[in-house]
Design a protein around this ligand. Structure first.
Ligand SMILES: NC(=O)c1ccc[n+]([C@@H]2O[C@H](COP(=O)([O-])OP(=O)(O)OC[C@H]3O[C@@H](n4cnc5c(N)ncnc54)[C@H](O)[C@@H]3O)[C@@H](O)[C@H]2O)c1
Length: 309
């Protein structure tokens, strides 16, 4: 009897809290969520030497953040450094870091802690793509894709999360991809690494909730194609369904999601609906839909940035 009462009470508490949470999210559809202030926050962006990373750095510069820029490409990173200074950032620190190397990450992270301080917003953005059928992918490129797109996230979290926990203040941002939500032809290694990055970031988010760690936020971003040159030559059959996004637009949306402390950001939003369809439609219909959207041969025109690939 006592246990029946206890489980009824637990059910009522669960339903009551869920109702409040649901109403809160309904209110925020009408009323904009408050944005947090990131002036003075130490923001580390990996892969800041070009593309999305550079646009994110420019956004945070305008918001008054301290910037820590990591890239394997020294020249590109120095260009970003100059651009963010011109955009108004007063404290910018550029480091050459090969995010495919754990020891390199640990070494540069220690340097950052000594020279700049505790990172409070960590954006794991560096990424690479091979763009070949799986059996044509050389082993070393598959391993590299995992090292940069996923394993680097493990080592950066190990480096910066402890101080975030101690300070009860931090934000972990994972740049995954639509390819982290669904498989894509000729992107097996890339998709697997992006699924891994998503699963890891979501698990740590759940871990912080389970351990009642206050002040640690997570944002996981899954965009479709972006015009940065990473997927040069790729196109979708029906851009109204899956457009190739402008990097400025994507950077604006990501920064806004961080400021609002949103956990999930799918770009464009209709990706969430496509994922819902994926979970309910029969496989044959899904294949027809993928064919209609040109998703089966989306990589056909791909031109790799890395000529050695
Ligand atoms: N471009 C797209 O269509 C698209 C779509 C979805 C997700 N993404 C993701 O967005 C992120 C940014 O990509 P982007 O489009 O700006 O591409 P990009 O190639 O312009 O930028 C990637 C950056 O990562 C850096 N980088 C690569 N290897 C590195 C390493 N070992 N160590 C440190 N830095 C390294 C590169 O030098 C480059 O500056 C990536 O994670 C990518 O997977 C891109």
């Amino acid at each position: 009897m006592a246990s029946k009462l206890k489980s009824t009470k637990e059910l009522m508490v669960f339903l009551g809290k869920s109702m409040i949470a649901f109403l809160e999210s309904m209110i925020f559809i009408i009323v904009p969520r408050p944005r947090k202030n990131v002036a003075g926050e130490i923001v580390l962006i990996t892969g800041s030497g070009s593309g999305l990373g550079r646009f994110l750095a420019l956004r945070f510069a305008r918001l008054g953040s301290v910037l820590v820029l990591w890239d394997i490409n020294k020249e590109g990173n120095e260009d970003t450094c100059r651009m963010v200074r011109e955009a108004g950032a007063t404290r910018v620190y550029a480091y050459t870091c090969d995010c495919s190397q754990k020891e390199n990450i640990y070494r540069v992270a220690e340097q950052v802690k000594k020279e700049v301080g505790d990172v409070s917003i960590l954006i794991n953005n560096a990424g690479i793509v091979t763009g070949k059928s799986f059996l044509d992918c050389p082993d070393e490129l598959i391993e590299k894709a995992f090292d940069v797109n996923f394993k680097a996230h493990l080592w950066t979290y190990k480096s910066f999360l402890p101080a975030m926990i101690a300070n009860k203040h931090g934000h972990l941002v994972c740049i995954s991809s639509l390819a982290g939500l669904t498989g894509v032809n000729k992107l097996a290694d890339y998709c697997a690494s992006k699924f891994a990055a998503f699963g890891f970031a979501e698990s740590i988010c759940i871990e912080t909730i389970a351990q009642k760690l206050k002040g640690i936020k997570t944002t996981i971003v899954c965009p479709c194609f972006i015009k940065t040159g990473m997927f040069e030559g790729c196109s979708t059959a029906h851009p109204f369904l899956l457009p190739v996004l402008e990097p400025e637009y994507v950077a604006d949306k990501i920064v806004d999601a961080i400021l609002q402390e949103k956990i999930y950001l799918n770009l464009p939003k209709r990706i969430s609906f496509l994922m819902f369809l994926k979970s309910i439609l029969p496989v044959k219909v899904l294949v027809l839909l993928a064919e209609y959207m040109g998703a089966l041969n989306v990589m056909d025109g791909f031109v790799s940035k890395n000529k050695k690939n």
